[in-house]
Design a protein around this ligand. Structure first.
Ligand SMILES: *[C@@H]1O[C@H](CO)[C@@H](O)[C@H](O)[C@H]1NC(C)=O
Ligand SMILES: *[C@@H]1O[C@H](CO)[C@@H](O)[C@H](O)[C@H]1NC(C)=O
Ligand SMILES: *[C@@H]1O[C@H](CO)[C@@H](O)[C@H](O)[C@H]1NC(C)=O
Ligand SMILES: *[C@@H]1O[C@H](CO)[C@@H](O)[C@H](O)[C@H]1NC(C)=O
Ligand SMILES: *[C@@H]1O[C@H](CO)[C@@H](O)[C@H](O)[C@H]1NC(C)=O
Ligand SMILES: *[C@@H]1O[C@H](CO)[C@@H](O)[C@H](O)[C@H]1NC(C)=O
Ligand SMILES: *[C@@H]1O[C@H](CO)[C@@H](O)[C@H](O)[C@H]1NC(C)=O
Length: 256
């Protein structure tokens, strides 16, 4: 059984999640949605089995199970779609979020939901305070956690980088390495050949001052072969400010 921990932030169109062989980060990622609003989690999973499921608290409470392409149960629904021969996306949609939706969830695939072949756990928090967005979940980090993000871009080989901001200055280059796994201070990069996203970057013990945009990718940081930009948001109160400021930019990364 594979355990899926790594994932990505989520904005506007959906939250993304997924991993592969990945114990890149042992931490459960948290997504926050607005009370009364909606949200979608996209779980990237390796193809396997025919049963798709979505449940609460590590499957003590099954929410939806299906052998078909979509299923709906009250305020929850799931939709399954192939993205490649190896990878599927299981989208889990919540509508009219309420505080009772807060908790841990699991989405997965397999022969049965009790013994899934692949799954991914995530945590949903429902916020009564305005988030600046009601149509989706926002990935949120809590101070002191290790935050791992997938680098969602064309997978390359050879050289890997991790930058802050737009990666225009030398001081923005956090890591520039040919090693498959490397660490520099609180920053780490790992390339897992054959995994769903390939490259993963981590900031250990995030704090508020880490809230900003980051960029990761393949090749040289200043002239990448491929790259991916994402915001890291630490603690709730930063979200509203960032969302308003960055809404335009976020729109450009919503589709992968
Ligand atoms: C949530 O989704 C439902 C069904 O698609 C829609 O009717 C409702 O307007 C949405 N609510 C928000 C806040 O976007
Ligand atoms: C969601 O909320 C809207 C507006 O409050 C309501 O019309 C709709 O029936 C609700 N849908 C579900 C599935 O609870
Ligand atoms: C996805 O691919 C599998 C096999 O690769 C196939 O059996 C299944 O019908 C496909 N599902 C959809 C929704 O396209
Ligand atoms: C965070 O990462 C550091 C360095 O890799 C590790 O020592 C620590 O145990 C991790 N903490 C958690 C909570 O996973
Ligand atoms: C990245 O590292 C390579 C050597 O591995 C070096 O040639 C290149 O100049 C570095 N790029 C930046 C922007 O630091
Ligand atoms: C937060 O992280 C920055 C580096 O990004 C570091 O300089 C600073 O000391 C950290 N602050 C705390 C309170 O840990
Ligand atoms: C980064 O990737 C985007 C597509 O995701 C591309 O449009 C952009 O040109 C790339 N940036 C650089 C500096 O290569």
């Amino acid at each position: 059984m594979k355990i899926h921990h790594v994932l990505l932030f989520c904005f506007l169109s959906a939250a993304f999640c997924g991993g592969n062989t990945g114990t890149v980060s042992g931490q459960l990622s948290t997504y926050t949605g607005a009370a009364g609003g909606n949200g979608t989690m996209k779980c990237y999973l390796p193809v396997s089995g025919n049963t798709k499921f979505f449940c609460k608290e590590e499957c003590q409470n099954v929410v939806t199970v299906t052998d078909g392409v979509t299923a709906k149960s009250g305020r929850y629904s799931i939709t399954y779609r192939n993205v490649s021969l190896k990878t599927v996306i299981l989208s889990v949609n919540f509508i009219n979020l309420t505080q009772t939706d807060s908790g841990r969830y699991r989405c997965g695939l397999g022969k049965t939901f009790v013994a899934p072949d692949s799954y991914w756990n995530f945590e949903i928090r429902v916020s009564d305070a305005p988030l600046g967005i009601t149509s989706d979940f926002v990935r949120t980090n809590t101070e002191g956690e290790n935050a791992t993000y997938e680098c969602i871009t064309a997978v390359g080989e050879g050289a890997f980088f991790f930058c802050k901001n737009q990666c225009r200055k030398q001081e923005d280059v956090l890591m520039n390495t040919t090693s498959l796994k490397a660490q520099s201070g609180r920053y780490a990069i790992e390339f897992i050949r054959g995994s769903i996203f390939g490259l993963y970057v981590t900031i250990t013990k995030v704090n508020k001052s880490d809230t900003r945009w980051y960029r990761c990718g393949y090749g040289d940081p200043w002239s990448p072969n491929s790259n991916f930009s994402f915001p890291v948001l630490v603690n709730g109160e930063c979200v509203v400010r960032l969302m308003k400021m960055l809404l335009h930019n976020l729109c450009s990364v919503q589709n992968i």
